[in-house]
Design a protein around this ligand. Sequence first.
Ligand code: C5P
Length: 296
Amino acid sequence: MQGNQTRPTQLLACPAPAKLNLFLHIVGRRTDGYHLLQSVFQLIDRCDYLDFSVRDDGVIQRLNEVQGVPAEQDLVIRAAKLLQTYSSSQLGADIKLTKQLPMGGGLGGGSSDAATTLLALNHLWNCQLSRQELMALGLKLGADVPFFLCGTNAFVEGIGELIQTITTKEQWFVIIEPGVHVPTPSIFSAKELTRDTKVVRITDFPDATNATWKNDLQAVACTLHGEIKDAIDWLSQFELSAGLASAKMTGSGSCVFCSFDDEDSAKKICAQVPKQWKSWVAKSLQQHPMNTWLQN
Ligand code: C5P
């Protein structure tokens, strides 16, 4: 927004989409303990939603409770304060988060909420930070946050900061939440994790099918949480008959998914998921719904 146009003081229902890791490969570990990885990040149409209202007094606060998360650990508040400090803005915000994405589910909900907060407040506060600046700020909040600011699906390396745009095919996913919350550090720090594996090349990907793509964190997560293995085993029974790509876990868990070329097949399998698990069908997105908010 430029010139004399009036900037809005409120943005309602800003989407924070989930991601699935279609491929996740660990290739090493940095001296600070963070893991070097290679991953295909796919945006999907299941979202959290955030409302923002500008405050003149500089106060940043959440209007609704976060289950059991102290304010200093709340990624939405941390994102807003980081931007406020970095941009020296005198403005504040009232923020309401409507959560649909499970915590500890491997869908990137917290990271996506933080990214949407940076995008929305960059606009409302007129900070005029570039995409690259926001991505660098986002990395301070979490390894997955830069991806949610890049705007597209991506092949991601480093700990999450080296991002190349990729085009993925239109797909529908059945996603199962096995009812267990997995803290990310508990999986990455497990001594059973294989860390020094062969680096893949992005050129290997166009010919590969999702069925050959693996998640290196899955074996450890299944050992620590039998519920994840149960959900993968349940989904895997349909692989041959429905022609599915192999069922796998996203991120460090707990959610598991498999992909379909058409919505009806996905819905048919989803309807059969045992009632003890939450499940839903999500569609692939080619772009982040707020991508056009950043031009550069
Ligand atoms: O960056 P984020 O807060 O999402 O990471 C949570 C934890 O997961 C880190 O503190 C680290 O223990 C682990 N992690 C890792 N390597 C990554 C991403 C996360 O070891 N690439």
